[in-house]
Design a protein around this ligand. Structure first.
Ligand code: CUA
Length: 330
């Protein structure tokens, strides 16, 4: 029943219940916060109810006295007792809330000293993700976070430019990503499937289009996905794709983007080695389709004004060749 109310409330508030909602916890950290929210609602609701009861009682008492023309006694035993109980109940309620929020805070802030499994760096306006490679080193990807279910994953949070805030409401509370500082977060997802994250600190023009797709996998599926991501890029599978790779390598794309095994390029933009394996483009802005890829490459400033990616200035057939290559990067 409470789940139904929570889901209804999430829908009423405009969130997609089950996709991006703090009222639908899918990890230990979000469950702890959700429990705290429930407790706060109960304690505050009880306090509100008590206030209303007292008000009603005072009105009723005053009316009765007036109608019977009774003098108000200076030391009213009932009133004194009522006020005493009221003060005691409020003190107890507040003490319970302070204690509970202290304990939840402690649970969320608990980090063992083990090294991070994932490094997340906020950029205007996308996410750089680096996974610790079981074989050593780091595996880089972007804008799509994969996590194994039922295991704590330690995440390191940084920023490359301004203050961002890492927030996956179904999994945990938000944590700021501050330039020059490293913050930590542990996530223990308990439910398989997709949820959505969103930058939660205004970070410039395209703050609203700084979303993060999050997939919770079984440990086996996660390991397989990570092994896939560690592989170098797929070779071009058609003459058009081969031409596209040539254009990327000789053009401006490579100065910002790396395609491992094909173009050892810059790191200013997202790693494209397995671009087509992701489900969205431009940090959750467009679905990963051939049409969206073409539109994004041709007119990034129309899709995401202010983004660091400049218009390519490519002829239509050149842009199509690049799309043919990129959509093969699975
Ligand atoms: Cu990044 Cu808002």
């Amino acid at each position: 029943m409470s789940r139904r109310i929570a889901t209804g409330l999430a829908l009423a508030l405009g969130g997609c219940a089950g996709r991006q909602s703090a009222l639908d916890p899918a990890a230990d950290q979000a469950s702890a916060l959700h429990g705290l929210l429930g407790l706060m609602l109960v304690v505050s609701g009880a306090a509100y109810l008590l206030v209303l009861l007292f008000l009603g009682w005072a009105v009723w008492r005053n009316r009765r006295r007036r109608s019977q023309e009774v003098e108000i006694e200076p030391d009213d035993r009932g009133l004194q007792l009522g006020l005493g109980v009221w003060t005691g109940a409020m003190t107890l309620g507040l003490a319970v809330l302070i204690g509970a929020s202290f304990l939840v805070d402690r649970t969320l802030a608990q980090h063992d000293q083990a090294a991070a499994d994932i490094r997340v760096t906020g950029h205007q306006w996308w996410w750089r993700l680096e996974y610790r490679d079981p074989a050593g080193g780091w595996i880089e990807t972007a804008n799509e976070l994969h996590l194994p279910v039922d295991r704590p994953t330690r995440i390191e949070l940084r920023s490359a430019d301004v203050i961002h805030s890492f927030w996956i409401p179904n999994l945990s509370g938000k944590i700021d990503m501050i330039p020059g500082r490293t913050n930590h977060l542990t996530l223990t997802p308990r439910r398989l499937g997709w949820v959505r994250g969103q930058c939660a600190e205004f970070c410039g023009l395209q703050h609203a289009r700084m979303a993060l797709d999050v997939k919770v996998d079984t440990p086996q599926a996660f390991a397989a996905w990570l092994a896939d991501q560690a592989r170098p890029a797929a070779a071009p599978s058609s003459p058009a794709a081969a031409r596209g790779l040539g254009l990327i390598a000789s053009g401006t794309c490579a100065s910002c983007h790396t395609i491992r095994g094909a173009v050892a390029g810059g790191r200013a933009g997202p790693d494209l080695t397995h671009l087509a394996s992701r489900r969205s483009l431009a940090a959750g802005t467009l679905p990963m389709t051939r049409g969206a890829l073409g539109g994004w490459i041709a007119q990034p400033q129309a899709v995401k004004p202010g983004a660091e990616m400049p218009a390519s200035g490519l002829a239509p057939d050149e842009a199509l060749a690049i799309v043919s290559y990129l959509e093969g990067l699975r």
